[in-house]
Each structure stands twice: as C-alpha cells, then as structure tokens.
Ligand binder design. Structure first.
Ligand SMILES: *[C@@H]1O[C@H](CO)[C@@H](O)[C@H](O)[C@H]1NC(C)=O
Ligand SMILES: *[C@@H]1O[C@H](CO)[C@@H](O)[C@H](O)[C@H]1NC(C)=O
Ligand SMILES: *[C@@H]1O[C@H](CO)[C@@H](O)[C@H](O)[C@H]1NC(C)=O
Ligand SMILES: *[C@@H]1O[C@H](CO)[C@@H](O)[C@H](O)[C@H]1NC(C)=O
Ligand SMILES: *[C@@H]1O[C@H](CO)[C@@H](O)[C@H](O)[C@H]1NC(C)=O
Ligand SMILES: *[C@@H]1O[C@H](CO)[C@@H](O)[C@H](O)[C@H]1NC(C)=O
Ligand SMILES: CC(=O)N[C@H]1CO[C@H](CO)[C@@H](O)[C@@H]1O
Length: 411
C-alpha cells in the first residue's frame, strides 16, 4: 500500500480504538443539554466553539484548513448550529449597540460569539449583516472599552477589572478577526492582551488568580478560570500559527503555548485521587469540580496535538481526568457533576451549561489526539519512529477528522 494510505488506515484504527469512548447517545444528550440551556453571552461563545471543534473540526483554528475560512459550506457540512448562534445574536442586537450583546455588563463576554459571526460572514450565511456586527464589536473593544493603566482591556463595563475568563472570550476573537482580514496588528493585539492579563493574574506558582482590580476581586486560583486562560492561549496560538503571519510570529506562538503549559503544569499538581480538580485549585477546603477538570483535560490533550512545540507531560493526568469525566461524573441524563455554579463561582451548582461545552471540547481534543496515534501516553515524548510520522499525520489530520465524522463511532 502507498505509505500515506497505510498510515491513514493505521491511524483510523487507532482513532477508533482510542478516541470514541463516550457513546453517540451520550454525546447527543450532552449536546442537547448545552443547546437547551446556554443563554449568557459567554455560554453561547463556548457553545459555538465546542460545536465547531466537535462537528466541523476543519473550521476550528486547530485545523490547518481553518484559515482562510471556506467561502461557502455545503448542505452536509453546513455548521448550521454554529451559524444559527451567530444569526440569533446578530438579529437580536439593537442597531445602535457596538457589542454583539447589548447591555451585557461584561466587556469581555459578547466577543466570544464573534468568531462564529465572522465564520457566518465569510461562508456567505444569510440572515444578518455579520460583517458590520463583527466590526462594531472589534471597534468597541479597541476604542471604547475601559482599560487598565497598563493597557489591558477591562473585562467589565462599569469598572476596570481583569478576569481570567476574558482570555477565552476576547483575544480569540481579536486574533481571528486579524487572521481573516490579514491584519497582523490585530494578531499582535490579541497576544499583547493575553500577556497583560498574565502579568496581572499569574502567581509565582504558575496558577492564575480569578479577578483583580476594582471592587469584588477574587484572589483565589479558580480552576475554571485557569482553564479559560490556558484554553484561550492555545486558540490564539493556533490562530496565529495558521494565519498568513505564522512564520513571522513564532515567538508569540511559542510564548502562548508555553503559558498554557505553565498553567496545566501548575494545576495538575493538585489533582485529587479520583482525577478531579478542586474548584479553587490549591484550596483543600474547596469542593470537587468536574467542569474545570474537563476543560483542563482538553487543554492537555490539545497541547499533545500541536503541530510544533507539542508537549506530552500532562497526558497521564488528563487521561485520569477524562476517565472521571466520561465515567462517574457524567449522569445518565448527560449532565456533568459535581460542578461549580457558573453564576456564583464560589458555590457548588447543579446544572452548568458551560460544563457541557467543556465535555464536548474534551471529546474533540481527545478524538484529535487519538487520530494522531495518542502521542505521549506515558507522559513523555513518543519514540523517535512515531515522532517522525507525526508531521505526516498532522498534514492528514483534517482528512482523518472528516473520515472519523462519517464513521459509526459506537463501540
Ligand atoms: C461538503 O464539504 C466537506 C468539507 O469541505 C467535504 O468533505 C464533503 O465531501 C462535502 N460534501 C458534499 C456532498 O459535497
Ligand atoms: C445542515 O446540515 C444538517 C445535518 O448536518 C441538515 O439536517 C440540515 O438540513 C442542513 N441544512 C441546510 C440548510 O442544508
Ligand atoms: C465579510 O466578508 C466579506 C466578503 O468575504 C469581506 O469583504 C469583509 O471584509 C468581511 N468582513 C469582515 C469584518 O471581515
Ligand atoms: C453592512 O453594514 C455596512 C456598514 O453599515 C454597510 O456598509 C454594508 O452595506 C452592509 N451590508 C449589507 C449586506 O447590508
Ligand atoms: C488593522 O486593524 C486596525 C484596527 O481595526 C486598523 O486600525 C488598521 O488600519 C488595520 N491595518 C490594516 C493593514 O488593515
Ligand atoms: C471525586 O472525589 C471527590 C472527593 O475528593 C468527590 O467530592 C467528588 O464527588 C468525586 N468526583 C466524582 C465525579 O465522583
Ligand atoms: C461509555 C464508556 O464506554 N465508558 C467507558 C470509557 O472508558 C472508561 C475506562 O477506560 C470506562 O470506565 C467507561 O465506562
């Protein structure tokens, strides 16, 4: 057999034996829970990203096919759930609101929907002026939103305040806007914003505090916030990498990957015996939280799938976390538990929409890692023979993803 074809077949076998552990029915019920309950701006943004990575992986920034986006989508690969989020938001937006969601209170959350809005624009979706909506959102961030003295865009409208959550919600939009309009300044702005947030939030342990500046701060190392920050770093890194400026911005790419790695290294040091993280990572009095556990596991698997500067050191912890998330933490109704109340983050909640997005982000990352042959299962770099095949598998990844979508995935 032709070598690439042989590899293709081999890696599909691996993907089938490793990647699909949740059943299709479980994935469907998690997706349904998410679609029925996501309503806040950041929940819609996380939902759009999770559905893109899971169902339309070649449109997500982890794929070499993602940039530039296709100018049209066909009826069997139409990103309809993602485009529909963008359409509803743009249609509900008053004409005089620059932010995608009017009067949100958060500067940083509405832009999380902006990647889907730009995707709708470039793929020729009907149903709204997606281009004008995306530009309004960008202009609000760049020219109107309050900033810290160092230049960090505030996460809040009413006061200057920096939240770790921001890193997932806003820089990925600014970076994607830069990539699709071939504007390197915007890619640099996304990088700088994360750098400023890291300067303000990171402690010497490598863990990030949750909220600083203004009134109502939270100095604790909120686990979900560390997940948002590390996952946001990787999305911006990959947007830079596959943009027209990837070659010129290798330092920025490497910094962002390193910052994500620094967070997962710090976080997993506090993993509990059943694989969970605590809601405040290093506070032993804090409750167990399966939501952040899922999100941070997705980041560890993504780190092991990167086309350059991949790392494998936290795969064993991520694998332990995944077995908890796919096993005892996932109820027969598709809800994850126990989870933090996302509207009242020091407290235990019951049903958290964002946690359902985290399960899907984990499944997408775990699938892609499986397609690449599950590199680094031992926590150290794969053997030289496997490493030498990785670049080829990386090139084939979008094809393999498309193939895996059409496979019956039930064991
Ligand atoms: C639809 O688009 C996808 C992604 O480009 C492609 O893999 C697939 O073959 C297309 N399907 C049809 C029916 O054209
Ligand atoms: C989009 O794709 C879904 C299935 O993937 C299909 O059910 C739906 O009819 C499609 N919509 C359009 C407008 O083609
Ligand atoms: C929206 O898409 C059109 C056509 O592809 C493009 O000319 C325009 O610049 C896009 N808008 C934004 C904000 O990127
Ligand atoms: C979208 O809005 C922009 C700015 O207001 C305008 O120039 C453009 O013509 C609009 N596009 C469509 C398709 O309505
Ligand atoms: C890049 O985007 C910024 C902000 O919208 C804009 O001021 C600048 O003119 C753009 N640069 C290029 C080369 O288009
Ligand atoms: C994991 O263990 C903790 C106790 O350390 C417990 O509170 C939590 O419920 C467990 N998680 C799951 C999903 O069973
Ligand atoms: C649905 C399913 O098959 N879940 C299994 C995934 O794998 C773990 C451990 O490998 C099992 O504990 C789950 O039951």
């Amino acid at each position: 057999m032709h070598l690439p074809l042989a590899l293709f077949a081999l890696s599909l076998l691996l993907a089938r034996s490793l990647a699909q552990n949740l059943t299709d029915a479980q994935i469907a019920s998690v997706r349904a829970n998410l679609e029925q309950t996501a309503s806040q701006a950041w929940e819609l943004g996380a939902e759009a990203e999770a559905l893109t990575e899971l169902d339309y992986p070649t449109l997500a920034v982890f794929s070499s096919w993602s940039l530039p986006p296709p100018t049209s989508l066909n009826s069997s690969y139409n990103a309809s759930e993602v485009i529909s989020i963008a359409t509803k938001v743009v249609q509900a937006k008053p004409a005089n609101s620059e932010p995608l969601v009017a009067n949100d209170g958060a500067v940083g959350d509405p832009p999380s929907i902006g990647v889907a809005v730009l995707l709708a624009n470039y793929t020729g979706a009907q149903g709204g002026n997606f281009s004008a909506a995306a530009t309004g959102q960008l202009d609000y961030l760049l020219y109107t939103a309050p900033r810290s003295s160092a230049g960090a865009i505030s996460h809040r409208v009413e006061q200057v305040q920096l939240w770790s959550d921001f890193v997932y919600m806003t820089p990925p939009f600014i970076a994607y806007y830069g990539a699709v309009t071939q504007n390197q300044t915007l890619l640099a702005t996304a990088y700088q914003q994360i750098s400023l947030y890291r300067d303000a939030l990171r402690d010497s342990s490598g863990l990030w505090r949750h909220i600083v500046l203004g009134s109502g701060t939270d100095d604790g190392h909120w686990a979900t916030g560390n997940g948002w920050a590390s996952a946001g770093c990787l999305r911006v890194a990959m947007t830079i990498y596959y943009s027209a400026f990837g070659g010129q911005m290798q330092n920025e790419y490497n910094d962002l990957v390193g910052w994500a790695q620094e967070i997962v290294n710090a976080v997993w040091a506090y993993q509990q015996s059943n694989g969970t993280l605590l809601n405040y990572v290093d506070d032993p009095t804090s409750f167990a939280d399966s939501a952040s556990t899922a999100l941070l596991a997705s980041v560890s698997f993504r780190l092991a799938t990167l086309p350059t500067s991949a790392s494998y050191s936290t795969i064993p912890q991520a694998e332990k976390a995944r077995q908890l998330v796919y096993g005892p933490a996932l109820g027969s109704d598709g809800w994850l538990s126990p989870v933090v109340d996302p509207y009242n983050y020091p407290n235990l909640g019951s049903q958290s929409p964002e946690s359902e997005a985290f399960v899907l982000l984990l499944q997408a990352a775990y699938r892609d890692w499986g397609i690449l042959g599950a590199p680094g299962q031992s926590g150290s770099a794969p053997p030289a023979a496997a490493l030498s095949l990785l670049p080829l598998l990386q090139d084939l990844l979008p094809l393999l993803q498309m193939l895996s979508l059409t496979q019956d995935s039930d064991p």
